[in-house]
Design a protein around this ligand. Sequence first.
Ligand SMILES: [Zn+2]
Length: 134
Amino acid sequence: MREKYRRFMYGRYGQNGPDQLYRFLTWVVLVCIVLNWFVKSSFLYYVVWFLVIYSLYRHFSKNYQARYAENQKYLQMTAKFRYCLEQQKKLAGERKYHHIYTCPKCKQKIRIPKGKGKIMVRCPKCYHEFQKRS
Ligand SMILES: [Zn+2]
């Protein structure tokens, strides 16, 4: 069965697994389905079907270059958004272990590790010193 599938997928776009656009569309489909439990719109119903068929069509397509270009276009269009998301994630990760303080004199943002008790913070920009709990 696996062998059969592999032979079937040979030379098709999805043979190395789903691409980013495929995964994105899958999420959109899931969100639309859940949303449609509440709004019950036939338009959303068609959107879901269209997206499912389009995703599968891309997955099994033999035109690798066209599918690749679509995925690149999707990545390009969402690059800014995905970058923002990544920055937010990074920041959230940093907040776990660091406090972000703002220098009262020059407004420079200073990152201080958490859990060190009362400490003197020296601003790297204007050398103003202030006490903080970390
Ligand atoms: Zn400062």
